[in-house]
Ligand binder design. Structure first.
Ligand code: ADP
Ligand code: MG
Length: 575
């Protein structure tokens, strides 16, 4: 894992060396000060020569100024290093998330992904900067101070160090406990984000059901749990801090008493005594520092663990190494003995055999939950078949490049997803880089032109989150216009007009049949009237394909379809 972490430093070797070098230099200067004071008191002070004393003071001043600049570099460029690494990781993670499969998102809370990309990354950035540097400086300072103390008065030094293992043990012990607490803490932030995301996303439902109190209650529970975990972490941090503080002050006191004894007895000069005391402080500074960063350390490590976990999540569906480019559909799409289930194999579809020739319009009807949407989502490989295969012009879709397959397929669904931007941005999603004329042409074809023109902002009208500022019909038209721009040879219309009133449906039906002109179309229909003219109607039931044929044939056959038809004819609607 450490190796993986350092991989991210690679592009910033220069920055790292600059930061690291300056930090080491600053650390060395800090170590030098007690020695300088020692010499000052023992050698210069007794001579009482002002010239030398002033000279030595100026020398010290110069060192302090140098250290000031070094600190600036370490603080600024060190953090720059952290920020750069954080940015790179975030980019990589976002790119990876784009590739994950539908199945992954079916089982993942958006809020958790959000906290991966924000909180976790910030923690990692902090550690990326402080981590290796502080660790090295800490060790260097510890060893340096230890050596100098031994050189000044080894007996006093040995006496002092008897107490050190206890302090280090305390730090390590509490650090371990804290890692656990913090791991939990960040899991909770994910739950939090998920909770808020869900609530705000569904706020209209919440208010319509007047369930605000219930939502607040649930949130309060989450909030209190979060408070408790946080409190627990801080309790540990506080305990750790206090105990370490006490131990360090105890050492200072100890050195003062023993040192005084050595001074009185002889063998330790005043200068050495002061130098030694100062070194005791230098010695404990890294431990204090570790105490301070101990907060961010485990967080960063836990964050990086979750980061690598997510990065290691292989997309269920991706190009096979020998995937080839799929040319535009020439002959037919074939489902050969296809079976599929979301959780366990073949629970939703089994034994599906179906041939859809180029240019054909095939309609799927059947009871809700029979698997019509599922059947259609297997073609763009949103989910992988569990058995059998789907071919396009004879090539198994698992052997072709995903991009070349999905580029050919356009989907218009009942619940259109629009991005929170302008009409233009949403249209461009169909064809990035489309010209202004192409946009207007698509709007015209989808009969959206007049509406856009009636808006004061025209194409730049902001449509709100998920397009809330548009009517159902307008949303659907926007989705259709987007599809005209994409211009895919294969079209899937999944109950595209089911959410609309009959009048709007009729109008949009015209745009849709225009859209399906010259394309191979799979249409899932809610109202049979809209698919009467399909080349073929396929009746899907939970047991598989029950019957298929043209409208008249099926009505005449007296099977499921004819019964459905009769029911709807009596103004009943099938769902
Ligand atoms: P239809 O479109 O015919 O109404 P679907 O294809 O949407 O039916 O659903 C078929 C079955 O698969 C249903 O029982 C449904 O509960 C289940 N299902 C649909 N989508 C998912 C999913 N993403 N994860 C798990 N089960 C699903
Ligand atoms: Mg459906």
């Amino acid at each position: 894992m450490i190796k993986r972490f350092f991989f991210y430093y690679r592009p910033y070797r220069g920055l790292f060396l600059l930061d690291f070098g300056c930090a080491v230099l600053a650390g060395l200067i800090e170590l030098g000060f007690p020695i300088a004071i020692n010499k000052f008191v023992d050698d210069l002070l007794p001579k009482g020569e002002w010239g030398i004393i002033v000279g030595a003071s100026i020398g010290l001043l110069a060192l302090y100024i140098l250290n000031m600049f070094l600190m600036y570099i370490v603080n600024y460029y060190g953090h720059m290093l952290g920020i750069n690494i954080e940015t790179d990781m975030r980019k990589k993670l976002f790119g990876h998330i784009q590739k994950l499969s539908f199945r992954y998102f079916d089982n993942t809370k958006t809020g958790h992904l959000l906290s991966r990309l924000t909180n976790d990354m910030m923690q990692i950035g902090e550690v990326a900067h402080h981590g290796p540097e502080d660790l090295f400086i800490a060790i260097m300072t510890l060893l340096g101070a230890f050596t100098l103390m031994m050189l000044i008065h080894w007996k006093l030094a040995v006496m002092t160090f008897i107490i050190v293992p206890a302090i280090i043990w305390v730090v390590i012990y509490f650090n371990g406990k804290m890692t656990k607490a913090i791991h939990q803490l960040f899991g909770d932030i994910g739950d939090f984000n998920a909770c808020i995301e869900d609530n705000v996303g569904g706020i209209r439902v919440v208010q319509a059901f007047t369930n605000e109190k219930h939502e607040i209650k649930q949130f309060t529970e989450n909030n209190s749990r979060f408070r408790l975990t946080k409190l627990m972490s801080y309790k540990l941090i506080a305990k750790n801090g206090s105990i370490s503080y006490m131990m360090m002050r105890f050492v200072t006191l100890f050195v003062m008493v023993c040192g005084t004894w050595f001074v009185i007895k002889g063998g330790l000069t005043y200068g050495q005594f002061i130098g030694f005391l100062l070194l005791t402080n230098v010695f404990f500074r890294p431990i204090e520092k570790i105490n301070a960063i101990i907060e961010s350390y485990p967080q960063g490590i836990a964050g990086f663990k979750r980061y690598t976990e997510l990065l290691d999540t292989e997309p269920d569906i991706q190009d096979s190494p020998k995937a080839v480019e799929l040319g535009e559909l020439k002959q037919a799409i074939q489902f050969e003995n296809v079976s599929f289930g979301y959780e366990n194999e073949a629970a939703v579809l089994s034994g599906i055999n179906l041939t859809i020739r180029k240019g054909e319009t095939v309609a799927f009807v059947g009871p809700s939950g029979a698997g019509k949407t599922t059947l259609c989502s297997l073609l763009p490989r949103f989910y992988e078949v569990s058995g059998g295969r789907i071919t396009v012009d004879g090539s198994d879709i698992r052997d072709v490049k995903l991009e070349s397959l999905r580029r050919q397929i356009g989907i218009v669904q009942q619940d259109v997803f629009l991005f929170a931007g302008t009409i233009r941005e949403n249209l461009l999603y169909g064809k990035l880089g489309a010209s202004e004329e192409q946009l207007w042409e698509a709007a015209r074809q989808a009969r959206l032109e007049e509406f856009i023109k009636s808006q004061p902002e025209g194409m730049d009208t902001v449509i709100g989150e998920r397009g809330v500022k548009l009517s159902g019909g307008q949303k659907q038209r926007l989705a259709i216009a987007r599809m005209f721009l994409k211009n895919p040879p294969i079209l899937i219309l999944d109950e595209a007009t089911s959410a609309l009133d009959t009048e709007t449906e009729l109008m949009i039906q015209q745009s849709l049949s225009e859209l399906s002109q010259g394309r191979t179309t799979l249409v899932i229909a809610h109202r049979l009237a809209t698919i009467k003219n399909a080349d073929r109607i396929v009746v899907v039931t939970p047991d598989g394909i029950a019957e298929q044929g043209r409208h008249e044939e099926l009505v005449g056959a007296g099977g499921i379809y004819s019964r459905l038809h009769e029911a709807q004819f009596g103004a009943l609607q099938m769902s």
